[in-house]
Design a protein around this ligand. Structure first.
Ligand SMILES: Nc1ncnc2c1ncn2[C@@H]1O[C@H](COP(=O)(O)OP(=O)(O)O)[C@@H](O)[C@H]1O
Ligand SMILES: O=C(OP(=O)(O)O)[C@H](O)COP(=O)(O)O
Length: 398
């Protein structure tokens, strides 16, 4: 895999470089609640601009449906990047249209342009290679055939998408500093992890991550499941889950996983339930097998907090992805806080991955130094640990 240092060594003053970054930050309205992914992108962007390149950045925010939507605009990210970046940042209000061509055409050496959300174009996430190829061609036309491509959005390397995969096929391509650093740490987890090896899974991207569990189970000693992930498993045990997140088509899969791995999978025994998905909802703690109709599980309960904390405290290696509750609302943040604090206090080799999980560590004030590594990618790290081929990495030649 060629790296950014190889590109820099070749000399890039005056050359246009297209960078795919992961700037998918959590927002409260237009306010960025955690800018970790923007900060993590800076070393690559500064190095390129410092060497005199014209830097064009493409990135996504959220999961818009292939058309512009104000709430998914990268404009707040452009504003934050302008504050953090040591130099000029221009923002194009489209991806490959008039604004992008005007902004890229006017870029001075050593300056940076951010293009509007790449997922506003349906071709970005299309399953059809020809459609994705069209968008990749349009991006190449924007930056010119002599441009180079730097892949630095580690959080999206598991996605076979136009700006991650197809552009890399069309331009000389290099791994950015973030992608190189993230893969170096994760390689240590796949090599011979200190035992017990414990994985904690939570969050809300249930359908994405249930598949990962099957591959991870043979590698790990304990798998703790909280967050929105837990309810499909509780349903598989025959319990009612009220209005909690549920992946109904995966209940049978979860039942089979539980039957074969009863000794490894740890589920919450109690949960904090609410009568609405709201910070000021009525809430109470109930046993995990006693969620009433009309209520939803939004956090693990106090017994589960203690049980999860005990397991991670005794681990030799911990990988954690996905908050175990809706930590953005104080009433449902205690489970995530307890797990994060227990991992941070233990001497294990510990990695936390994912935009929201990393944000949880920082916004709940947990000591970041307690983790060996805070990864910008949740799904990407999980698929890496699974041993799956990640399109955004394999296309770089690794
Ligand atoms: N029980 C739950 N019900 C609904 N959402 C949940 C629950 N527990 C956690 N979440 C939400 O999961 C989101 C993070 O999920 P995900 O994107 O999978 O994690 P990451 O970004 O760390 O990979 C958070 O916004 C959190 O509020
Ligand atoms: O937030 C992300 O992933 P993560 O929640 O798994 O860390 C990445 O930006 C990828 O986003 P996607 O899962 O919508 O492709």
């Amino acid at each position: 895999m060629n790296t950014l240092d190889d590109l820099l060594a070749a000399g890039i003053s005056g050359r246009t470089v297209l960078v795919r970054a992961d700037l998918n930050v959590p927002l409260d309205g237009a306010t960025i609640t955690d800018d970790g992914r923007i900060r993590a992108s800076l070393p690559t962007l500064q190095a390129l601009a410092g060497a005199g390149a014209k830097v064009v950045v493409t990135a996504h925010l959220g999961r818009p449906k292939g058309a512009p939507e104000e709430k998914y605009s990268l404009a707040p990210v452009a504003a934050r990047l302008t504050e953090l970046f040591d130099g000029t940042v221009a923002f194009a209000t489209d991806l490959v249209g008039e604004s992008a061509h005007a902004v890229v055409g006017g870029l001075a050496d050593g300056s940076l342009a951010l293009l509007e959300n790449v997922r506003f174009d349906a071709r970005e996430t299309s399953k059809d290679a020809a459609e994705r190829g069209e968008l990749a061609d349009a991006l190449v036309a924007l930056v010119g055939p002599d441009a180079a491509f730097v892949s630095d959005g580690f959080g999206v390397v598991h996605r076979k998408q136009a700006s991650v995969y197809d552009v890399a096929e069309r331009l000389p391509h290099y791994a950015g500093y973030l992608v190189s650093a993230e893969t170096a740490v994760l390689r240590k987890l796949t090599d011979a992890p200190d035992r017990p090896y414990v994985v904690v899974l939570g969050g809300s991207k249930v359908s994405d991550k249930l598949g990962v569990i099957t591959s991870l189970l043979p590698q790990v000693d304990q798998l703790l499941i909280g967050g929105g992930m837990a309810y499909t498993f509780l349903a598989a045990q025959g319990h009612g889950v009220g209005t909690s997140l549920l992946q109904a088509d995966q209940v049978d899969t979860c039942r089979a996983l539980l039957e074969g791995n009863a000794d490894k999978i740890v589920l919450p025994t109690d949960v904090v339930i609410a009568d609405a998905f709201a910070a000021d909802a009525n809430s109470q703690v109930v046993a995990a097998d006693a969620i009433p109709d009309g209520w939803m599980g939004l956090d693990i309960g106090p017994d589960s907090r203690a049980a999860f904390s005990a397991v991670v405290s005794a681990a030799g290696t911990v990988f954690w992805n996905g908050p175990v509750g809706v930590f953005e609302m104080p009433a449902f943040a205690e489970g995530t806080r307890a797990v994060a604090e227990a991992i941070a206090a233990a001497p294990s080799f510990s990695v936390v991955g994912g935009g929201d999980s990393a944000a949880a560590v920082r916004t709940l004030g947990v000591d970041e130094a307690g983790f060996t590594h805070i990864s910008t990618g949740g799904g990407a790290s999980l698929e890496y640990l699974e041993g799956k081929e990640l399109p955004g990495l394999s296309v770089l030649g690794s």
